[in-house]
Design a protein around this ligand. Structure first.
Ligand SMILES: Nc1ncnc2c1ncn2[C@@H]1O[C@H](COP(=O)(O)OP(=O)(O)OP(=O)(O)O)[C@@H](O)[C@H]1O
Ligand SMILES: [Mg+2]
Length: 283
C-alpha cells in the first residue's frame, strides 16, 4: 500500500493491539503504574474502565508484559461465560488436569489447592478480565468467591477487571455491592487531548515504531483536524491517520496535509459518529 511511498516498514495505524506500538500517554502511563503498584501491594481487586477504543485491551497486554517473571497472569478474554465455564477456564490456565466429567465443586477445590501451592512457591496469580462489563451476575459472584481465598496475610488470587463504563453500572447493582466495596484501586482511561499538540506524540511515536525516520509526516493542521474529529480516541485516530495517509499518497504528496485529513474524516463518518454518541451518553 503506502509503505514504500512514505518509507515505512510496517503499517503504523493498524487496528490490532500490538504492544510494539504502545505510546506512554498521560492517562495510560499512570493507569499502568498504579495498577502494577496496587497488585504489588497485594490488593484483591483493581478496576480499569474506559470508552470503546480507548486502549483497555492494549493496557492488559502491557500489564502482562511488565509483570515480574514470578507473577502468573491468567487472562480471561471472553467473559460471556457461566460460573462453571469460569472455573474450567481458570483451571486450564493454571495447568490443572482433571477428568472430563469432574464436578465443578471438585475442580474448584483443585483450583484452591493450586493457588495455595503457587503462593507457597512465591508466585502471584493475577486474573485479568477484559470486557468485564459482559460478565454475567452469577459469574461475577463466583469470581468474588474465588478472590476471597486467602492466607492469613495474602490473597491467593488478585483480580483486574477491565471494561467499558457499563462495568460501573453493573457493579453498582445491589447484588454486587460486596465486590464493589472491595475495589480499592480504579483508573479511568481518558482520550487524548483534542488538539494537534495533544495527539502529536501519539502519531509521531507510532510512525517511528513503523520504521519512519522521524515520524514527522503530518502537518499541524492535519493533526488538529484529526484530533478534533476523533475526540482523542486512539482507535479513531488510527482510522483517520490511515485514511489520511492513503489520501496523501493518492495526491502524490510526501506529507499529510489538512485536505487529506478532511478527506479521511469525510470517509469515516460512521466511526466518528459512534465516538460522539459514546461521549455524549457518558456526559
Ligand atoms: N496508549 C496507546 N498507544 C498506542 N496505541 C494505542 C494506545 N491506546 C490505544 N491504542 C490503539 O487504539 C486501538 C484501540 O485500542 P484497544 O483495542 O486496546 O481499545 P479498547 O479500549 O480495548 O476497545 P474496546 O472497548 O472496543 O475493547 C488499538 O489499535 C490500539 O493499539
Ligand atoms: Mg478491548
Amino acid at each position: 500500500m503506502y509503505l514504500k511511498h512514505f518509507e515505512l516498514q510496517e503499517m503504523p495505524f493498524s487496528l490490532t493491539t500490538d504492544t510494539h506500538f504502545y505510546v506512554d500517554g498521560d492517562s495510560h502511563r499512570p493507569t499502568l503504574i498504579s495498577t502494577l503498584t496496587a497488585l504489588e501491594m497485594g490488593e484483591g481487586y483493581v478496576k480499569i474502565t474506559g470508552e470503546v477504543g480507548s486502549g483497555k485491551t492494549l493496557i492488559c497486554r502491557k500489564l502482562i508484559e511488565q509483570m515480574p517473571k514470578k507473577w502468573w497472569p491468567v487472562v480471561l478474554t471472553s467473559p460471556k461465560i457461566n460460573p462453571i465455564q469460569l472455573i474450567h477456564a481458570i483451571a486450564l490456565e493454571l495447568k490443572i488436569r482433571f477428568e472430563p466429567g469432574a464436578s465443578p465443586h471438585f475442580i474448584s477445590k483443585l483450583v484452591a489447592k493450586r493457588l495455595m501451592q503457587l503462593k507457597l512457591d512465591g508466585r502471584r496469580v493475577v486474573l485479568l478480565v477484559d470486557e468485564a462489563q459482559l460478565l454475567q451476575p452469577k459469574t461475577l459472584e463466583t469470581l468474588r468467591l474465588l478472590a476471597n481465598l486467602e492466607t492469613a496475610k495474602e490473597k491467593l488470587l488478585q483480580v483486574v477487571l477491565v471494561g467499558q463504563p457499563e462495568l460501573d453500572i453493573r457493579l453498582s447493582r445491589p447484588e454486587h455491592r460486596q465486590l464493589a466495596q472491595r475495589i480499592a484501586f480504579s483508573s479511568e482511561l481518558q482520550p487524548l487531548p483534542r488538539s494537534a499538540q495533544g495527539i502529536r506524540s501519539y502519531v509521531v511515536t507510532r510512525l517511528v515504531q513503523a520504521g519512519h525516520c522521524n515520524g514527522e509526516l503530518f502537518s499541524t493542521m492535519a493533526l488538529r483536524h484529526i484530533a478534533k474529529e476523533s475526540n482523542g480516541v486512539p482507535r479513531v485516530i488510527n482510522v483517520l491517520c490511515h485514511k489520511a495517509l492513503i489520501a496523501a499518497m493518492g495526491d502524490g504528496s510526501r506529507s499529510v496535509k489538512r485536505q487529506h485529513a478532511l478527506l479521511a474524516a469525510k470517509d469515516s463518518q460512521g466511526v466518528i459518529r459512534s465516538t460522539w454518541f459514546q461521549l455524549q451518553t457518558a456526559a
